[in-house]
Design a binder for this molecule. Structure first.
Ligand SMILES: [Zn+2]
Ligand SMILES: [Zn+2]
Length: 301
């Protein structure tokens, strides 16, 4: 005789456990979608055009950034391009040389329209009608989209999903602000390249911001799709771009060759982990054989 099956009783403790697991799973995936939305979409794709991809892939990432309260993509790219153009000079929109609080958030409230001139700095982005719409008016559209998205998640999937998405979005909102500050304080990181600005590589920013913390490399090669250049400089965003390339979803990624690195106007510092890379050593030997002068500036050993 078979035993009658026992009814499964879900205790409130089990229920709370499931709610917590749901929250954590959604937090994890939202963190990476919004985070890579900023790094793959806003930064390496739109601001620097470091690789190409189909529009649908572009919109997928840019939407991730937009729903992390990053603002209009054309404005974001204009601020960032102005930063590269004037890094750590009086015209840099958010240099820590003008104060840590200014670098972290105060710069947003005193933007110089002559320096952050969106039509002049982001004409390529404004050619897209979607980005033109996102750039109209103030931030009302941004707030409506961000709040509306979480309200929709609440009604469709419950409060755990909506709350996790909101927390992830707010965490990612912090990342570019943290990076602007900490990756331009020389004592907090190291330089591979002798850039005139203060940009340094900060390992923990690279960990939380998908490889964006290799900021000194980035200032030396702003168009590079890959920011982590040394062996121990893991770059999640570059890994994602490589996966996209493997799937046929991106192409034309720009990477600095060993020759370009040795030849860089910002000299490769002799104590950098990159200096002992086999390809770099080969490029250096080639340059030395030719009596190349730039080599003597950057690499003295
Ligand atoms: Zn910078
Ligand atoms: Zn950049």
């Amino acid at each position: 005789m078979t035993e009658p099956s026992r009814p499964v009783i879900v205790t409130s403790r089990n229920g709370a456990g499931i709610e917590l697991v749901t929250f954590l799973i959604v937090l994890f995936f939202s963190y990476y979608w919004h985070g890579l939305g900023v790094t793959v979409g806003y930064h390496r794709l739109l601001s620097h055009r470091s690789f190409r991809c189909p529009k649908i892939v572009e919109y997928f990432w840019v939407l991730g950034g937009y729903l992390a309260l990053e603002g209009s993509p054309a404005w974001w790219a204009a601020v960032h391009r102005a930063h590269h153009k004037h890094a750590d000079t009086p015209d840099d929109p958010h240099s820590p040389r003008d104060g840590y609080k200014h670098s972290y958030f105060k710069w947003m409230f005193k933007q110089d329209p002559h320096i952050i001139d969106v039509p002049t700095l982001s004409p390529d982005i404004l050619r897209d009608p979607v980005y033109r719409i996102l750039d109209t008016g103030d931030d009302a559209l941004l707030l409506v989209a961000n709040i509306g998205y979480r309200v929709a998640l609440y009604f469709l999937f419950g409060w755990q999903v909506a709350l996790a998405s909101l927390v992830a979005g707010l965490m990612i909102l912090q990342l570019p602000l943290i990076l602007n500050l900490f990756c331009h304080i020389p004592r907090l990181g190291y330089k591979n390249f002798d850039t005139v600005n203060d940009a340094v590589n900060v390992w923990w920013v690279a960990v939380i911001a998908g490889g964006e913390g290799w900021h000194n490399n980035h200032h030396a090669f702003p168009s590079s799709a890959r920011h982590g250049l040394a062996k121990n400089e893991f770059d999640l965003t570059w890994t994602i771009i490589q996966i996209q390339r493997f799937l046929g979803l991106s192409s034309h990624a720009y990477l600095p060759s060993a020759d370009a690195i040795v030849d860089s106007p910002e000299a490769l510092l002799p104590f950098s982990p990159l200096a002992n890379n086999a390809e770099i050593l080969k490029a250096r030997a080639k340059r030395r054989a030719k009596g190349h002068k730039k080599l003597l500036v950057g690499l003295t050993n």
